[in-house]
Design a protein around this ligand. Structure first.
Ligand SMILES: C[S@@+](CC[C@H](N)C(=O)[O-])C[C@H]1O[C@@H](n2cnc3c(N)ncnc32)[C@H](O)[C@@H]1O
Length: 441
């Protein structure tokens, strides 16, 4: 792998005359002249202070990027300015460097024209790579820091299917496979199967299929999205876009390079319920960071999740929404606080739903001013989870611009009637929140 790495570096920089090939190393004539030994066992770090014309930063970034493509998580980037330090002691680094250096530089022309047995990797612009993950098989891992709200993937399914008994499903897949290209067939057949047996195609679909939206009876199987592992506290959200007939994956929190990309295969609630669901439907024991927490921490999370479910039901309770809408509204507010406790800064899909619930409660009593604010918050949270082109995002945007267009406008009463743009101005955040949630306390 080291030889392959060196080979790519040489080809990549073959026209750059600041990169010198020496007998036993490659020298970057920038900053503190970092080197890459031709023998991997001598390598301990590739680093420099930022000095001179500053170009060394770009070299370090590119070399790191190429190295991550080959060595994945074994590459450990660090920045001393951020109080992070290299893995090896300076003394070891100097010793290794002394044993490497000591020969004469060759001209850059040595870079060109040499043949290599190693294929050049395509350095594409994907934000992730596929790597082996402890206890989970393969998975996607971020190649760089990814900001919350970034669209990581937007993929067409290999095919769509309805849930049917295994035998029928197997035959259905067999006929759909015939219509696919050789490459697509290979992609499908290389997917993991947790249900080996007579109906192996059905097993692959059951292991990898994602429903086309919550509760949908149709599901899709994907070349890359189907490689994303599950977490009960995921860093990404998956959504089916009915208009584009594609599944999207968005980061719902800032993700750091090297972190695994995860989605939820679709179940909240306490650990025992989630695990039973994943075992029954996907055939595996969840090993995510939440399910593997120590017992006490898991119990605390379970308690929060039970409460989340109760509050979610109360927020949308149609029996109180007419006569006691404050109860629904306050459940939404309590739910928001609890979601932040449980999920931290993640923009879970529950958040736009919660704001949409709050929107529906106030608009059903004619309160357009608050409805606009809730619709705007629902819209922003949807953009983060599903993108501007998501059908739900567009719907929320429409309500934000014209809350009256909602079917339940003044459905129950006009007791909270306000004009669209009558939100209070010149008050602090706290006061605004109290106004928004109708808190007098
Ligand atoms: C859709 S596939 C994901 C890609 C798969 N890891 C692979 O190697 O192709 C789902 C399978 O990955 C594994 N997996 C996903 N999430 C997991 C988790 N949280 N804990 C343990 N295994 C998991 C299980 O074997 C599961 O059936």
């Amino acid at each position: 792998m080291w030889a392959q790495f060196i080979d790519i570096i040489r080809k990549y920089y073959q026209d750059d005359d600041r990169i010198k090939l020496c007998n036993s190393y490659i020298e970057f004539e920038s900053g503190e002249h970092p080197i890459l030994p031709l023998d991997g066992y001598k390598f301990l770090r590739f680093s420099s202070k930022i000095c001179g014309d500053g170009t060394v930063t770009g070299y370090i970034r590119t070399v790191r990027h190429i190295a991550q493509t080959i060595f994945g998580l074994r590459v450990r980037p660090w920045t001393e300015a951020a109080d992070e330090y290299g893995f090896y002691d300076w003394r070891d680094v100097h010793d290794s460097r002394r044993s490497t250096i000591g020969d004469t530089a060759m001209t850059p022309s040595h870079f060109a024209g040499e043949r290599s047995d190693y294929p050049i990797l395509v350095l594409n612009d994907k934000l992730f790579e596929v790597l082996g993950i402890v206890n989970k098989g393969r998975g996607l891992v971020a190649r760089c820091n990814i900001k919350s709200g970034t669209r990581i993937l937007c993929e067409k399914p290999l095919f769509l299917l309805r849930g049917t008994p295994d035998e029928l499903l197997h035959c259905d897949v067999a006929s759909k496979l015939k219509a696919l290209s050789k490459e697509e067939q290979r992609q499908f057949l290389s997917l993991h199967n947790n249900f080996p047996g007579k109906h192996s195609f059905a097993g692959i679909v059951k292991t990898n299929g994602l429903p086309c939206g919550p509760g949908a009876s149709t599901g899709g199987v994907y070349p890359e999205i189907s490689l994303i592992n599950h977490s009960c506290i995921p860093n990404c959200h998956n959504a089916w876009n009915e208009e584009t007939q594609r599944e999207t994956i968005h980061a719902i929190k800032d993700i750091v390079a090297g972190e695994e990309i995860t989605i939820s295969y679709g179940r909240g609630g306490p650990a025992s319920e989630r695990q039973a669901f994943l075992q029954r439907n996907f055939g595996f024991n969840c090993q995510c960071e939440l399910c593997t927490l120590p017992r006490e921490e898991l119990q605390a999370s379970d308690a929060r999740r039970i409460l989340i479910r109760e509050l979610d039901e109360k927020a949308g309770d149609p029996f109180t929404a007419g006569g006691e809408p404050l109860a629904n509204l306050w459940s939404c507010q309590a739910l928001l606080a609890l979601l932040i406790d449980e999920y931290g800064s993640r923009d879970m899909a529950l958040i736009p739903r919660l704001y949409y619930d709050a929107f529906q409660i106030v608009i059903a009593h004619g309160d357009e001013a608050r409805a606009m604010v809730f619709a705007e918050r629902a819209y922003k949270a949807r953009v983060n989870c599903e993108g501007e082109d998501g059908p739900e995002t567009k719907r929320a945007k429409g309500f934000m611009q014209n809350p009256r267009s909602h079917l339940s406008f003044a459905l129950y009463s006009k007791m909270w009637e306000t004009a669209q743009n009558s939100q209070p101005r010149n008050i602090d955040e706290d006061q605004f929140e109290r106004w928004l949630w109708r808190r007098q306390d």
